[in-house]
Design a protein around this ligand. Structure first.
Ligand SMILES: NC(=O)C1=CN([C@@H]2O[C@H](COP(=O)(O)OP(=O)(O)OC[C@H]3O[C@@H](n4cnc5c(N)ncnc54)[C@H](O)[C@@H]3O)[C@@H](O)[C@H]2O)C=CC1
Ligand SMILES: O=C(O)C1=N[C@H](C(=O)O)C[C@H](O)C1
Length: 269
């Protein structure tokens, strides 16, 4: 037990934070060594097991991320863009693998992660599930096989607490479709249609976001032609699949050189 890689979970009280803590505690391949929350959060100073409504596990929630990271081999981080950028610099300082599930990152944020990746291993993906990563690969293949006679639309649904759109997964799928077509996504993106938008432009990749209830995450990639359509779909019904993927990434990262990786690398897809 003592030689197992130690993992810190940031955003410990969040939907994914709590799922990750339970996943690490249930694993026989790693151990929980820290739980981080934002400054001023009610959970700071409490035993994280008790704060989650379960049994005590001896890990006290802290807002001192660097101190927590310095005792760990990996940090799993599903929080918010500004927090993730700050954590990447601290993970680099502490020499930990940084697994990032946070979505809604700007280009500027991603550039800063690149600086940290000169000193530590970063694994980042908009979706950590095997199914979505396979769907990403299939999307690229279908886009390669079809020409712009087929309009590509990515439609995603999520719970009513989600703050970013399109989802990280939708953007991954859009990138894959653009790559398959040999175009840059930023030049063909069409999202947030409203009002007199004009007819659809040939070659565009469209995005639509539905928000409501407790939907964990659903993604359709539609290839719409004249008289036929192909729909590739992934439905997540349980957040544990994202957490299991993130733990797999943290363990895989232990043997990698500093740099930026994604779940395709982890899963060998
Ligand atoms: N890549 C993937 O497979 C998945 C990614 N996500 C992404 O993960 C992120 C979190 O999602 P949820 O857990 O649903 O959100 P949430 O709102 O339930 O949790 C976020 C947590 O981060 C904490 N936090 C914010 N700033 C912090 C800071 N500076 N220091 C420490 N903690 C901080 C908050 O207090 C909160 O507990 C989102 O960006 C979401 O899109 C969610 C599910 C799967
Ligand atoms: O916020 C969520 O919940 C999710 N976010 C990720 C995304 O933005 O794609 C992954 C998953 O769909 C759940």
């Amino acid at each position: 037990m003592t030689n197992l890689p130690g993992i810190v979970i940031t955003g410990a009280s969040g939907r994914m934070g709590q799922m990750l803590i339970n996943t690490v505690l249930a694993s026989d391949k790693c151990k929980l060594v820290g739980a981080v929350e934002r400054v001023g959060h009610d959970w700071i100073g409490q035993d994280v097991g008790l704060a989650m409504g379960g049994a005590s596990n001896g890990i006290t929630v802290t807002d001192d991320a660097l101190e927590a990271f310095s005792k760990a081999q990996a940090v799993i981080d599903f929080t918010a863009p500004a927090a993730t950028v700050a954590f990447s610099a601290l993970a680099a300082q502490a020499g930990c693998v940084h697994v990032i599930g946070t979505t809604g990152m700007s280009d500027e944020d991603i550039t800063k992660l690149g600086d940290a990746a000169n000193h530590c291993t970063i694994v980042r993906a908009g979706n950590m599930s095997l199914g979505v990563n396979l769907l990403t690969k299939l999307t690229k293949m279908v886009a390669q096989a079809l020409d712009a006679d087929f309009d590509v639309e990515v439609v995603e649904s999520h719970h009513n607490r989600k703050v970013d759109a399109p989802s990280g997964t939708a953007l991954m799928l859009g990138e894959a479709a653009a790559e398959g077509r040999g175009v840059k996504l930023s030049e063909v993106t069409d999202s947030g249609r409203d009002g007199i938008t004009g007819a659809r432009k040939r070659g565009d990749i469209g995005f639509s976001a539905i928000r409501g209830g407790d939907v964990v995450g659903e993604h359709d990639v539609m290839f719409l032609g004249d008289g036929e359509r192909i729909v590739l779909r992934h439905v997540a019904s349980d957040r544990s699949l994202f957490a299991k993927g993130a733990v797999k990434a943290a363990l895989w990262g232990q043997t990698q050189k500093p740099g930026e990786y994604d779940m395709m690398d982890v899963l060998g897809l």
